[in-house]
Design a protein around this ligand. Sequence first.
Ligand SMILES: [Zn+2]
Length: 426
Amino acid sequence: MWRQREWQKISDVLDGMRDEMIKMQTEITAIPAIGPSSGGDGETERAKYLIGLLKELGLEISEYNAPDSRVTSGNRPNIIARFKGIYPTHKIWIMTHMDIVPPGPRDLWNTDPYQATVIDDKIYGRGTEDNQQDMVASIAAVKALKSVGFMPVYDVNLILVSDEETGSQYGAGHLLKVAPQLFKADDIYVIPDAGNEDGTLLEIAEKSIFWVKFTTKGKQVHAASAPKGINAHRANANLIVALDKMFKKNYKKKDRLFSPPFTTAEPTKKEANVPNVNTVPGEDVFYFDCRVIPEYDIQQVLADIKTEVANIEQKFGVQIKLDFPQAEQAAPPTSVNAPVVKLLKKAIKQVYNVNAKPRGIGGGTVAAFFRRLGFPAVVWAKFADNAHKPNEYCLIDNMKNDAKVYAYLAGMEVEAKEKPESRPAG
Ligand SMILES: [Zn+2]
């Protein structure tokens, strides 16, 4: 555990690293790293720069390239940089991603997205917040600790992955596939890839995302002779109402981790059917976006939807085809009592003087890859919520203070009572 004077020293060192962190941000921003499915050439050049930086710090580097013939290098790089700690009983993992999303229309930017620009307390540029803010913060934390000869309680491993913005198959997914033996259930997993403006959101759970496309076929006729046709649009209107009733009746459970604390099921996109008013549509297409709390299995949701679909088919004489643009059962949540939750809460309290709370969110993050394998991951960062927007920026104080959170974490011990009983003594 930290002694006050020792911590003060690290904290001061990090305060003094402001310009150095801005320099890192600038150099990283200048090397675009966009995945091939977003029209880029991957993360290799950026990875080379980062490996150089991590080697300079004297960290032990392991590389886990995922072959991908769509990029010039033929590989999507994934890096683990190890800062050795005292005890082998646990490991700290801080995972950030190297890839960025394209800047989008340049005329929406006030500065060059690949030229980091400091204005007041912000650094503007694509990727400066998502995910460079905390990539730089985690590297700076290690550098600060090393500069004063501090040895972390447990190994601190920085994971830098590819492909987070486009599915993670070549990133975290690849790493967990080829090197699962590196990871243990009582390790500390921090994924600083989402968060809120006061740093109080510890994301430990996600809803299942279930998107359903309904393609309904009837019979197209002139509206004047409507009875000769089968109106697919009317059938779908009735189906939407039936689905609404079904969800209200069957999905009442609440889960207080989430806001809203229940399952949502919304009719969203509606495709154009006939171009003119006087035609009865023979085909009609709409979508549902369902966010299902983890207590429910999406197979059950599917079965319930199919029952309503069968009723409408029978009643209106239509045929309804179902497609699933996204169907991802939520990973089991990280326990609110997991050591990572307790340690992060304390570190955040120390640095930001706020009480962070474990909560769930409605969307999916890369943490699910870890949680599915039983590795308790928390998604946390103090973010100004700029990801993917034009004029993305990083608040310099967030970067510096998140670095302090990681540095503080490196000096903390998992309490004995929090350890699983079956764990062998280290
Ligand atoms: Zn991100």
